[in-house]
Write a protein that binds this ligand. Structure first.
Ligand SMILES: [Zn+2]
Length: 637
């Protein structure tokens, strides 16, 4: 698809939810710092989540399924970043007023109407990412709007939420979560489903990102922002895409989703023209283990030798469709495999569009097809695992095949790093919210709103004027700084003095950008990292020329300090004594030059010295020493 009108013609509608961590001192419901741990965990505890019947009574298939899988969850914790609240051993404390303030500021900046009273709710989440089995969330404001390129984009809701624990591993039925992230305040901004193209989605996300950044109180860097998308096509389905981490993946994720839905619709059309009916897709699974008695397929051999079976099913009329690409690297067969692994917990499936392969021979495929009574128009799917799992897996495959005849199934999908998506779970039911009785409601008063309004960041034009006049930046640099994420860091660094504003601005814009272009992971840098580099320059520990290499080093060593970087990179500043010795040596080696030119030799000598000491000496200091030494020599003559 090339342009917006193409997307309009297929009725694309996108809504976006942006979640961003707030830069508060403490977490949302306890006094732990709102930061991730930098150490190994010191405590582990195991839980099995048992939601109460009333909670599950709402028939949420996703929650119910997670529950039925009987997962055990191992939580990893340490004292610095978690307490009894995160461990669900103690009730939550009051809603963090600092976080509420930031959420209200966001509401004001997006023209949303704050609610009169904040009620904290419990949202059932039983994948283990919350020790309690639910996530605490509250609506702060509703019905706002922003303007993006002249178009009015409704902001449905601004909410405040606690971030979930982060998954650190999974094996079998056990999942590991680290609870340092649990409870970090998140603001969630969700738009109405009015966005009409992938490019527009990116512009809207950027505009919302700018507003959040303008509050000056949100965290920055990979993992601090997560974007969820709702994507629907007129003839397709409403699909929820979770966890797009980077802005520039948004348009990719949407265009791939459009392609996926269009291809699925095309496949439905082909099945219709082949005259295939849902009733022709049967749950008749055939044990074809005997076909694989001497197989070279490792997967099948291992399953059979550990008491499992090779189970197969015919998909009537599906020949050639399972291998059909829906989006890069994603086929109808992949969709079926995802369902099989989710519902059947099997490693994967084999289907005849991709066979013979993986050690399965032509003869074996032929035998399987014969056993299933396949015609040349039919496909077959094979699973090798324990009988129960294989049964569940093929049931899910047939279910997915039936859905192909209906069109695009409604589901929740997970974004991958390349912008494509994978099946995650069925769409959760609507009512998953219960009041959090441990946290009292908070009234939003006119006084609160007035004081937040009074401290809101100034409009952009005012900021621009400030940068040009107060900080004496040129227009280009000021533009870049406003567009960057670093205005707040810039202000803080400059307020401490000792470094020129134009230098600070150049580092925070041009230098970081060029490091990023070179593949340095600069989005890993926190405000603390950045400020510590400027502090070491201010204190004369390192030359300002070393800023870029220090930042590059810190990006790759986020848990270490600037001092470590200075050591490791050999960026220690030379003392004046050491500089004097170097200058003397250069002057001695070039005394002819000075004899001939006198003080006019300064430039040449300076160049030679600097080529030796660049990065470990301040040029101004070097100039002074060179001048003084040359003057000495000239006088002595
Ligand atoms: Zn805590």
């Amino acid at each position: 698809m090339a342009n917006t009108s193409d997307y309009e013609s297929i009725g694309l509608k996108v809504g976006i939810e942006i979640h961003r961590q707030l830069d508060t001192k403490r977490k949302l419901f306890c006094d732990c710092p709102a930061t991730m741990s930098e150490t190994e965990s010191s405590t582990r505890f195991l839980r099995r989540l048992r939601p109460t019947q009333s909670e599950l009574g709402q028939v949420d298939p996703a929650a119910l399924f997670e529950f039925q899988k009987g997962r055990a969850i191992v939580y990893e914790a340490d004292e610095a970043t978690s307490c009894l609240v995160e461990m669900d051993e103690e009730p939550p404390k009051d809603l963090n007023p600092e976080a509420l303030e930031i959420a209200l500021a966001t509401s004001i900046l997006t023209n949303a109407k704050p609610v009169d009273e904040i009620h904290v709710m419990r949202k059932i989440v039983i994948d283990g990412s919350n020790t309690t089995g639910f996530q605490r969330t509250c609506v702060v404001a509703v019905n706002g709007w922003i303007t993006v390129d002249g178009k009015n984009v409704p902001i449905q809701q601004i909410s405040l939420e606690e971030d979930a624990a982060r998954k650190t591993g999974e094996s079998g039925l056990t999942v590991n979560y680290r609870i340092d992230r649990l409870g970090i305040p998140l603001v969630e901004v969700s738009t109405g489903p009015v966005i009409a193209s992938p490019e527009e989605t990116e512009r809207v996300a950027k505009a919302i990102g700018n507003i959040l950044r303008d509050t000056g109180r949100v965290k920055r860097g990979l993992g601090t922002i997560r974007q969820d998308l709702n994507v629907s096509l007129r003839d397709g389905a409403l699909i929820e895409i979770k966890g797009v981490q980077e802005l520039d993946l948004l348009s990719k994720a949407i265009s791939y989703e459009v392609s996926r839905q269009l291809q699925l619709l095309r496949i439905r059309g082909e099945l219709e023209s082949r005259g295939i009916k849902q009733t022709q897709l049967s749950d008749k699974f055939v044990d074809v283990s005997s076909v694989f008695a001497r197989t070279k397929s490792k997967v099948v051999r291992e399953a059979l030798s550990s008491g499992g079976v090779a189970l197969a099913v015919k998909l009537h009329g599906f020949h050639g469709l399972l291998g059909r690409e829906l989006a890069p690297g994603l086929r109808l067969g992949t969709e079926m495999a995802s369902r099989a692994t989710f519902w059947g917990r099997v490693g994967g499936i084999f289907h005849t569009d991709e066979l013979p392969a993986y050690g399965i021979s032509d003869e074996e495929v032929l035998s399987v097809r014969q056993r299933l009574d396949c015609s040349e128009h039919d496909a077959a799917v094979l699973v090798a695992d324990s009988k129960d799992k294989a049964n569940d897996a093929l049931t899910a495959v047939v279910e997915r095949a039936r859905e192909t005849l209906v069109g695009v199934p409604t589901e929740t999908r997970m974004a991958t790093a390349d912008g494509t998506t994978r099946y995650m779970r069925p769409r959760p039911g609507a009512s998953r919210m219960y009041p959090e009785t441990d946290v009292p409601p908070v009234e939003v008063t006119q006084e609160m709103l007035a004081s937040i309004k009074a401290t809101l960041p100034p409009p952009r034009e005012t900021v621009m004027k400030q940068l040009l006049t107060d900080y004496q930046l040129n227009k280009k640099l000021a533009d870049q700084l406003i567009e960057s994420e670093y205005l707040e860091v810039f202000r803080r660094v400059c307020s401490k003095g000792g470094v020129a504003p134009s230098f600070v601005a150049t580092v925070l814009t041009e230098n970081l950008k060029s490091l990023d272009r070179d593949g340095v992971p600069v989005d890993q840098l926190t405000s603390d990292h950045l400020e510590s580099v400027f502090a070491s320059i201010r204190e004369g520990k390192v030359a300002k020329e070393a800023a870029a290499s220090l930042l590059s080093w810190l990006s790759k060593n986020v848990n270490r300090t600037v001092e470590d970087g200075i050591q490791e990179l050999g960026l220690r500043m030379l003392s004046e004594d050491e500089l004097r010795r170097i200058v003397d040596r250069v002057i001695d080696a070039n005394h002819g030059l000075i004899d001939k030119k006198g003080e006019a030799a300064h430039g040449k000598i300076m160049g030679m010295v600097m080529s030796e000491v660049r990065g470990s000496a301040d040029p101004a200091t070097v100039t002074n020493i060179v001048k003084a030494r040359i003057a000495d020599k000239s006088q002595k003559k």
